[in-house]
Ligand binder design. Structure first.
Ligand code: TRP
Length: 326
């Protein structure tokens, strides 16, 4: 039997190629070796400003893009956190073994407290405990995450140890898996990490025309001012995108020809655009097919919730017995 792997997905429909390279694409690869469980974390999203009227739709959109990008419901479990109340039940219990001091050291909590000064709520503080509950509920041994989440997975291990020491061995300690390639895709400004809020991204569902509009002005090796100047792929953001999206032959060509000014930046961008389109087109097609079938995504999420709940219930029975309430 494959061992369980868990990851959480923020409920946002705007997923960009950075999210794809840093997360979804690696998850899909891991499904060969792991039993994948993916959860859209709508209760986590509640810890910051929350628009009630768009919440349902955002969750469905997030599911749709992720399914289209490769989280095939035949090959993994995909569900929405609030549909499996065992997550919050376990989070409460884990709260009682989590030191306040550890939570107050969490970088994400400190950053979010600065960003949302007017709304530093207890949920924001105990966010990592709900995250620990997500993971431990499925006894997941592996958690693929970006660098920024490592601290939360370390805390999850600590919480599992504390629980086990106090109530008996129930939870395995999960390991985080951080992708080597694609972990840090820069935005088209070539300066900051690609992000929705900075507007320096290419969306996963954008048309080839929209993609080109963004690639055309994208920042390349800034020392290469004229077409005849040789460039340095190692410091060019476009080259790192090639390494994520192009085939080996194209990558080699770009590497060689850029250095001798055999190709210009526009040529390089055209090649990248072709590679990007080859990756994005099937994703776009799957996404529109899902959209064209009303109720399809909801059906997938219903099924996912049933599968997740059956597993979550088993763990919770064990947990309730361990803590002595049953
Ligand atoms: N906190 C994660 C993030 O901001 C999302 C998340 C919630 C998660 N629960 C999780 C990630 C469990 C991995 C495992 O991206």
């Amino acid at each position: 039997m494959k061992s369980p792997l868990f990851s959480g997905i923020q409920p946002t429909g705007t997923i960009h190629i950075g999210n794809y390279c840093g997360a979804i694409r690696n998850w899909v690869r891991l499904l060969d070796t792991y039993d994948g469980i993916f959860c859209i974390v709508d209760y986590h999203a509640l810890t910051v400003a929350h628009d009630v009227s768009t919440t349902r739709q955002r969750v469905v959109d997030a599911a749709r893009v992720n399914i289209a990008a490769g989280l095939d419901p035949e090959k993994c479990v995909l569900f929405v956190q609030s549909r499996v109340p065992e997550h919050t039940e376990l989070a409460w219990i884990l709260n009682t073994v989590t030191p306040m001091g550890d939570l107050s050291r969490m970088t994400q909590f400190k950053e979010k407290s600065k960003q949302h000064e007017d709304n530093i709520n207890a949920g924001l503080f105990s966010y990592p405990v709900l995250q620990a509950a997500d993971i431990l509920l499925y006894k997941a041994g592996a958690v693929p995450v970006g660098e920024d989440q490592i601290q939360h997975i370390e805390l999850t291990r600590e919480v599992a140890r504390k629980f086990n020491a106090r109530f008996g061995e129930v939870f395995p300690e999960p390991a985080h898996l951080v992708p080597k390639e694609g972990a840090r895709i820069l935005g088209l400004d070539g300066k900051a990490k690609m992000s929705k809020s900075l507007g320096n991204y290419v969306g996963l569902l954008e048309s080839p025309e929209e993609t080109w509009k963004k690639l055309a002005p994208a920042v390349t090796d800034e020392n290469r001012k004229r077409r005849s100047d040789p460039g340095n792929p190692e410091i060019c953001n476009l080259y790192s995108l090639h390494r994520n999206f192009s085939d080996d032959e194209t990558i080699a060509t770009v590497d060689r020809e850029c250095r001798v000014a055999g190709i210009g930046c526009v040529d390089c961008k055209k090649m990248l655009h072709r590679s990007l389109s080859a990756t994005l087109e099937p994703i776009r097609e799957r996404a529109s097919a899902l959209e064209a079938t009303p109720g399809k995504v909801e059906e997938i999420l219903d099924h996912g919730a049933k599968q997740a709940k059956a597993r979550a219930e088993r763990t919770m029975e064990e947990v309730r017995r361990a803590i002595g309430v049953r």
